[in-house]
Ligand binder design. Structure first.
Ligand code: NAI
Ligand SMILES: O=C(O)C(=O)[C@H](O)COP(=O)(O)O
Length: 333
């Protein structure tokens, strides 16, 4: 079985070697139709657009993305073409929750935010949003959830969040169609309706927030501070916006080693089930260095300011910083 695999997916190679000796590792953004024509399967990340242009006329029958989001897959075309596709729901949700926990701690320590009683608006409450909700409740925050597709009782409208939230965080997929599209959910009109000069956090997809409108809202003082992990047109980030945000990171909220290993296991499990082959050994994340002594401060395990400093210093190294990401664990044990 020939599998074409993104070469920036960590920890996966030994497990793949137990499945096939015909694995080809490539830069995900450079994979072309010629590279996959005679492949049976692909394992990709967000950097490979999987559509008719890439896969039409190929032998590929399975496409797995080792990510939660799958807006880079043309799922309608893949379905029509009879190509099985899968993402890894929830694989790195707790990594994004770790990012949010650390951001909230930083706001409390350095921006005078008393988390107890502060209102956080969570837009999108699936795998990630649910964990972020738990984090916020554990800090004693007042939590408002907006998720119209789910529409659970107690959920609120986006307008309520615009009116009442001190912190607004987005955890929706990027969608352009359907009843509740999220493309530019936070647009000029959204920012104009904000009442409490909130902090804005986007770790979902760049285009969920109109980046130009966000920059203007920061400049006009409508938004107190912004924390941005996902950007429109990344890796080519708007340098003015990067300069103005409190925290600007290169789309790494989900980059804990735990989340990456989960993704490897989920995508390989799906591939093995599809082709009816034996599952490989479980992928484990590497341990922290033996000298690491945990003091109990979550920022010691992960401080997003470290990633932000690196991106602000080297904005043109967006992809390099992602591809050469330091070891980050969610727990010390
Ligand atoms: N920055 C990063 O490294 C990462 C980013 N992500 C992004 O975060 C997104 C969320 O991930 P999950 O929670 O796992 O996805 P999920 O699919 O479990 O949950 C998404 C939730 O958003 C809701 N939703 C959809 N449209 C909405 C709208 N217009 N308004 C409000 N809610 C809406 C859905 O009903 C669902 O409950 C992913 O789609 C992905 O794009 C995920 C992992 C890592
Ligand atoms: O899982 C997702 O969805 C994400 O956004 C990933 O964490 C992004 O990872 P890459 O696939 O771009 O490495």
């Amino acid at each position: 079985m020939k599998i074409v695999i993104d070469d920036k997916i960590p920890y996966i190679r030994d497990a793949v070697a137990a499945i096939t000796d015909d694995a080809v590792y490539m830069d995900g953004s450079a994979i072309k139709a010629d590279d996959v024509r005679d492949a049976d399967a692909m394992i990709v990340r967000t950097r490979t657009r999987c559509d008719e242009r890439l896969l039409g006329g190929s032998r590929v029958r399975f496409v797995g993305t080792a990510t939660i989001g799958y807006d880079h897959l043309d799922t309608a075309w893949l379905d029509r073409a009879g190509i099985c596709w899968t993402n890894c729901p929830g694989c790195n949700a707790s990594s994004v929750a770790q990012y949010l926990r650390s951001v909230l701690i930083l706001l409390a320590r350095f921006h005078g935010v008393n988390l107890v009683g502060t209102t956080i608006g969570i837009v999108g409450c699936g795998h990630v949003g649910t964990l972020v909700c738990d984090v916020a409740l554990s800090f004693g925050m007042r939590v408002l959830v907006c998720d119209p597709p789910v529409g659970a009782s107690g959920y609120v409208s986006l307008e309520t969040i615009e009116r009442e939230a001190d912190i607004i965080t987005f955890h929706v997929p990027l969608t352009r169609d359907g009843a509740y599209p999220t493309y530019h959910l936070a647009d000029e009109a959204f920012f104009s309706r904000l009442v409490r000069r909130p902090f804005i956090i986007n770790t979902s997809r760049g285009a969920v927030v109109d980046n130009g409108a966000l920059l203007r809202a920061i400049d006009d003082g409508i938004v107190r501070q912004a924390i941005v992990d996902t950007w429109e047109r990344e890796p080519h980030v708007d340098l003015r916006l990067l300069d103005r945000v409190y925290i600007g990171t290169p789309h790494i909220a989900g980059y804990s080693a735990d989340g990456k290993a989960n993704a490897d296991n989920m995508v390989l499990d799906a591939l093995c089930r599809f082709f009816g082959v034996a599952a490989p050994p479980v992928v484990l994340p590497p341990p922290l260095p033996s000298g690491f002594v945990y003091t109990g401060d979550p920022l010691q395990l992960y401080n997003p300011l470290d990633d932000s400093r690196r991106l602000k210093a080297y904005p043109d190294k967006f992809e390099y910083l992602r591809g050469n990401y330091p070891l980050r664990r969610e727990t010390a044990f």
